[in-house]
Design a protein around this ligand. Structure first.
Ligand SMILES: NC(=O)c1ccc[n+]([C@@H]2O[C@H](COP(=O)([O-])OP(=O)(O)OC[C@H]3O[C@@H](n4cnc5c(N)ncnc54)[C@H](O)[C@@H]3O)[C@@H](O)[C@H]2O)c1
Length: 256
């Protein structure tokens, strides 16, 4: 089944690594012309060069903590693609355990919110505006986190993800009338660049293993495809092997 119409296009942020890269490469595989937006020029280039498929893979480098760079991404994407049908926001600064309640400094707080919240709102709204102008049934997908609703001991991170979860609902509510869909994807413990995985965590995951970035991409394709996910908007898509179900009750030992 062809998931996307010929000529559909996408912009994916954080596409040099991890989940963003897996989603961007999956879109190219499905024939979608895709801009890989990334702060690291080397990883952006490498992600584009290893993308396989009949969509175009275009590297773009810039710092999305800055409004002028977000504007440049918007302008360059439209210049390269002509129009944008799909916007996926996966970019997020690295997180460090030292940035707890009394550890996090102003700059770390600001850049976490700038890349996650401010860039998502500016780019999501501007791409949506051109979708409406061009009568595109567009799609927005924001990568948030299980820590949008549970603490992570990283207040700058969890508060940014919580804001993004609410932003998705605002986008979905306002843009539905134009046929534009907005959803959040919540990864669990995914052994990608943004999360240094302790293998011991696997015992808390009902499916018994950490995730990999490629576990996210198929579901991202499904929700981004208007053929597959055309009636899905404003929702949280959790891809976590059941991690969110962890609590103080151990699973029962059962006789069959
Ligand atoms: N990996 C997980 O377990 C996990 C869990 C929950 C949520 N998430 C979320 O999923 C998304 C992807 O996570 P990941 O593990 O693939 O992360 P990652 O660190 O591997 O990838 C994030 C990418 O964003 C880029 N980036 C950072 N700052 C940027 C900036 N200022 N401008 C442009 N690009 C910038 C990084 O260079 C990197 O390539 C993030 O939003 C993250 O918060 C991940």
């Amino acid at each position: 089944m062809q998931l996307f119409e010929p000529g559909e296009t996408a912009v994916v942020t954080g596409a040099g690594n991890g989940i963003g890269r897996a989603i961007a490469q999956a879109l190219v595989r499905e024939g979608v012309d895709t801009v890989f937006a990334e702060v690291n020029a080397h990883t952006a280039q490498e992600a584009v060069e290893t993308a396989e498929g009949h969509g175009r893979a275009i590297a773009w480098t810039g710092d999305l903590a800055r409004r002028d760079e977000c504007q440049r991404l918007y302008d360059d994407a439209l210049a390269q693609l002509g129009h944008v049908d799909i916007f996926v926001h996966s970019a997020s600064p690295p997180r460090h355990e030292k940035d707890h309640l009394f550890g996090v400094d102003d700059e770390t707080w600001r850049s976490m919110h700038a890349v996650n919240v401010d860039a998502a709102f500016f780019l999501g709204r501007e791409f949506a505006r051109q979708m409406i102008e061009k009568d595109i049934k567009g799609r927005l997908l924001l990568l948030t986190s299980l820590h949008s609703i549970t603490p992570r001991n990283l207040p700058h991170y969890s508060s940014a993800k919580g804001a993004m979860d609410m932003m998705v609902k605002e986008f979905a509510r306002s843009l539905g009338q134009f046929g534009i869909r907005a959803n959040a994807m919540l990864p669990g413990a995914i052994a990608a660049g943004g999360f240094v995985a302790d293998p011991a965590l696997a015992k808390h995951i009902p499916l018994g293993r950490l995730g990999i970035a490629e576990n996210l991409a198929p579901l991202a394709l499904a929700v981004l495809s208007n053929k597959m996910g055309g009636y899905v908007t404003g929702t949280n898509i959790v891809v976590d092997g059941g991690l969110a179900l962890t609590n103080w009750f151990e699973p029962p030992s059962m006789d069959l």
